[in-house]
Unconditional design. Structure first.
Length: 474
């Protein structure tokens, strides 16, 4: 059943591309997306807790992104479009990306996880280049090359770990299973196993956009259509961190844990500092949000490096909340770009007068960590965890970086909220099916608001219990 679920998105979207009328294709994709989400939640009892959280998050957000893209489809410039940039192919690639992520987060071995992460790269390369033009193609090429390098490194690490497991006498069928590897962690205290685990960290960290393997992220997010940017920043980065959590689960049972945590902590600190600093230099809203993703990836990496129940709780909660808030930000930018014809921060004005503009302002302030947003809570918890763990220097650096990132987002919010747009609003020339876009935006915003109160709900105890299990290497 789980395998059928992973194939459902790409197969159903292929069927949905058959009707000739756009409205029928949109209706079919919407119905299929809802069905996929329902099926995902129905299969939760067959998944472990971590896989269930990520699978449900992926399906829920993908449904809303598909609904948004159907109402405000990104049209490439030029009349002679290649086949892969036409609407049916676009949504087929979206379905393939959806299937790839579900395959990755529901796999039970490192081979399955690697295959899913690899498939996301192949599907999204064409999505990044969808709008055409030299800069979009260059961004897609850079994304393909760097992420291919990262997943190749991760594969080498997985085979080195499997070889070490074989030397320890483990059965061939168990050498890629993280649950079995964790049980035999004491037998993996070898240089070969340590090197393999670190290579897997470096490989998956490339997909997560951690410094210094982050170079693909700003260009890919900035040049891709708004729905694709939302998928990359909100979901692909989250799936990469899911992979890192699985690798760390094995590492905690070996003597490689201190070095693994040190590398993860340093990479997180560099990402947080560099991402925040470069946010101040941006003049394009999509690039600003891209560097914000690097900043938040650093926050998650630092939380995971603590390897404590509190650290895992912070990382998982921050990942899910960031997925919704960042998706809301990029989707709102898509509407604003459609209305004002630009993503230049110097020309975007009057956001407080338009619903999508208000959504973008809300998302920007939320990403900056302003209370009472969920990201404020996770960042506050991280500071408390760092101080209680005697990581004082890291707490100081994190506080400075968070303030710098907040200043960059606040500057954009203040400058863009007032004034009058340079071009008339879209309401003077309404586009077909635009209501679908509004519904998707408000649903993503509602999800972000709901997550802000999640830590105060009884259900938060379940996430904390999962965090305890992960911290114990379970």
């Amino acid at each position: 059943m789980i395998l059928a679920l992973t194939l459902f998105p790409v197969l159903s979207f292929a069927v949905a591309s058959i009707p000739w009328q756009r409205s029928l294709r949109l209706a079919a994709r919407t119905l299929f997306s809802i069905a996929i989400t329902i099926a995902t939640f129905a299969l939760v009892p067959q998944l472990d807790a971590l896989s269930a959280i990520f699978a449900c998050t992926v399906s829920l957000l993908m449904t809303l992104v598909v609904l948004f893209a159907g109402g405000l489809f990104p049209v490439p410039s030029g009349e002679n479009r290649p086949a892969w940039s036409r609407p049916p192919a676009f949504f087929l690639l979206v379905g393939a990306f959806w299937s790839s992520m579900l395959f990755a987060v529901t796999a039970t071995t490192f081979v399955g996880l690697w295959a899913g992460i690899t498939a996301t790269t192949l599907a999204t390369t064409f999505l990044v280049a969808h709008l055409g033009g030299r800069t979009a193609l260059e961004a897609a090429w850079k994304y393909l090359m760097l992420c291919s390098f990262g997943i190749a490194v991760a594969l080498i690490g997985a085979f080195m770990l499997a070889r070490a497991a074989g030397d320890a006498g483990m059965l061939t069928g168990d050498r890629f299973s993280w649950s079995v590897l964790a049980l035999h962690g004491a037998q993996l205290n070898t240089p070969l196993a340590r090197t393999g685990l670190l290579l897997m960290l470096v490989g998956f960290a490339t997909k997560a956009g951690l410094v210094p393997m982050h170079a693909w992220l700003p260009d890919a997010h900035a040049k891709a259509p708004a729905p694709v940017s939302a998928m990359l920043s909100g979901l692909l980065v989250s799936c990469a961190f899911y992979a890192i959590v699985r690798v760390e689960g094995v590492t905690l049972h070996t003597n490689a844990a201190p070095l693994f945590e040190h590398v993860l902590r340093d990479g997180g600190a560099l990402s947080l500092l560099l991402g925040a600093a470069l946010m101040l230099a941006q003049r394009d809203i999509k690039r600003l949000l891209s560097y914000s993703t690097i900043e938040h990836a650093g926050i998650v990496a630092i939380a995971l490096s603590l390897a404590t129940p509190f650290g895992y709780f912070i990382a998982l909660y921050h990942l899910i909340d960031h997925a919704f808030v960042k998706s809301l930000a990029f989707l709102s930018v898509g509407v604003v770009q459609n209305e004002q014809g630009t993503t230049s921060m110097g020309h975007i004005r009057g956001l407080r007068h338009r619903p999508a503009g208000l959504a973008l302002l809300f998302a920007a302030i939320g990403l900056g960590g302003l209370p009472p947003g969920g990201l404020f809570l996770s960042e506050l918890l991280l500071m408390l965890a760092l101080v209680s763990g005697a990581h004082y220097w890291l707490a100081v650096l994190a506080a400075i970086a968070l303030l710098v990132g907040f200043a960059a987002l606040l500057r954009f919010a203040i400058e863009s909220a007032a004034g009058t747009p340079a071009v008339p609003a879209v309401s003077s020339s309404p586009k077909p099916l635009f209501g679908y876009t509004s519904v998707a935006l408000w649903c993503v915003g509602a999800g972000a608001l709901a997550l802000a109160i999640f830590p105060f709900l009884p259900q938060a105890a379940r996430l904390l219990e999962l965090s305890r299990t992960l911290a114990s290497g379970g």
